[in-house]
Design a protein around this ligand. Sequence first.
Ligand code: HEC
Length: 134
Amino acid sequence: MKFYSVVQAVILSACAATPVLASEARWRDCRTCHAVTAPDGTERARGGRSGPNLWGIANRPLAGDSEYRFYSDDLKLAGQRGLRWSEANFMAYLAEPTQFLRAATGNPQAESGMHVQLRSGGRELFQYLQSLSQ
Ligand code: HEC
């Protein structure tokens, strides 16, 4: 039996906005739990601390925020396997976090610690996060 306790944050594309504005709008659905904080402590995007810092997420190893203490075992395992947050991995994870982790770990029982799904706009969000990390 499949059981998904997924709080779906379904984010619709903003049609008439510029790409950056659209991404900032989407970021609102992440910042409850995530901030983007530079190594020197500068907050590039304010946000909560219940999720890992997304500074430098592009090409960072999975579960690569050394300050974050609450990674799920499955995300850590995927990171230990050498996976990184390429744009494709980022988009696949946000579309279906648990399915992504099951594929990444080879464990059909793997569960994501993040219960959020992003149906569209993953690429723009990835680019937006990259732009905040420079
Ligand atoms: C309700 C809180 C919450 C929200 C909202 C949320 N996340 Fe997460 N996120 C988490 C948690 C908790 C984890 C750690 C998951 C784990 O350990 O399995 C995580 C992990 C991640 C990771 C992996 C980071 C790493 O260091 O490997 C990325 C990337 C990510 N989130 C992106 C996003 C984006 C983009 C959004 C907005 C669309 C978002 N998250 C919304 C809680 C949240």
